[in-house]
Design a protein around this ligand. Structure first.
Ligand code: 13P
Ligand code: SF4
Length: 301
């Protein structure tokens, strides 16, 4: 393992590459990353980095987002099979139909979406800024895609706007049951419950705070509480424990695992750097339109 890490470091310098990793990645990947974060933090880094190459340890939509924001750079996704099922739930035809039905609405698209869908959208958002983007967009009606759970939460936080939802969801967060949260409350009455907004509203309603993955991290670091129940994917819990050894972190009753986020191992990062695989390429006309929606998001926050 140490040998592999050394080889990765050497290749990284030789190729002027930076490794970005999402908070749900396996621990050995989290530890080798130059930057670890949520979708918003990683998008901002991707848009600013001076490196020639970005290796994205995450899922495909994240690497595509990096490419859209830094088109002149080589962006690599170490595992081609690391996708996000939610991102594939809506088609361009379905979105066009929604736009046709709601002509006055603006389209706010969660970054967990394909490039083609971003290109058809007014603005993108992440879990960290969805509420603020919807609040600030100059429209009273918003088509929010593809996550119906995040859209429902946003609708609750921005009651003055009409939110039109689409039936997409994250299979990891959507299956968290409210009974699990109730059970954990009995086990850990002193704990603070932090939930990701991709969970269902009935689960969000039982939590104390709603955050993106990095939002949970920042909050847990500064909170006086010693125990937390973390209602999101397991990878974040590993980071929370590592960075706050004096505090306790528990998952909802059954640990939640995104298999796509667990596909990338150190050997894949090494292969990616050595063979320049798998390069993300996006057709110019689509890239420009998707860039507009993403860049607009970065201007809102
Ligand atoms: P964050 O942007 O909160 O890290 O979420 C990304 C994601 O895919 C959640 O399932
Ligand atoms: Fe997609 Fe859910 Fe996995 Fe996030 S946790 S990448 S939304 S499937």
């Amino acid at each position: 393992m140490e040998d592999l890490k050394r080889k990765i470091d050497k290749l990284k310098s030789a190729k002027n590459a930076v490794i970005l990793a999402h908070n749900y990645q396996i621990e050995e990947v989290q530890l080798i990353a130059d930057y670890l974060g949520d979708s918003l933090e990683l998008s901002k880094i991707a848009s600013k980095t001076g490196n020639k190459m970005i290796v994205f340890a995450g899922v495909k939509f994240m690497a595509e987002t990096a490419k859209i924001l830094s088109p002149q750079k080589i962006v690599l996704l170490p595992r081609l099979d690391a996708g996000c099922p939610m991102a594939d739930m809506i088609t361009v035809d379905e979105l066009k139909e929604l736009k046709q039905e709601h002509k006055n609405a603006k389209v706010v698209t969660y970054v967990n979406s394909s490039v083609d869908i971003k290109a058809e959208s007014d603005v993108c958002c992440t879990s960290a800024n969805a509420v603020s983007v919807v609040k600030n967009i100059d429209a009273d009606e918003v088509i929010f895609i593809p996550d119906r759970n995040l859209g429902t939460y946003v609708g609750k936080m921005v009651p003055e706007k009409k939110i039109i939802l689409f039936e997409g969801y994250c299979y990891v967060h959507d299956r968290i049951k409210k009974e699990e949260i109730e059970e954990m409350r009995n086990f850990y009455p002193e704990a603070e419950f932090l939930v990701h907004p991709e969970a269902r509203m009935e689960v969000i309603n039982l939590a104390d705070k709603v955050f993106s993955t990095s939002g949970m991290l920042k909050y847990a670091k500064k909170s006086d509480k010693k125990q937390f129940v973390i209602i999101t994917e397991q990878g974040l819990i590993e980071r929370l424990k590592r960075e706050n050894p004096e505090k306790e972190f528990y998952p909802a009753v059954k640990p939640k695992i995104c298999s796509n986020m667990k596909r990338t191992a150190l050997i894949d990062i090494f292969n990616s750097l050595e063979k320049n695989q798998y390069e993300i390429n996006i057709e110019e006309s689509i890239l420009q339109r998707a860039y507009n929606a993403l860049n607009k998001m970065l201007r809102y926050i």
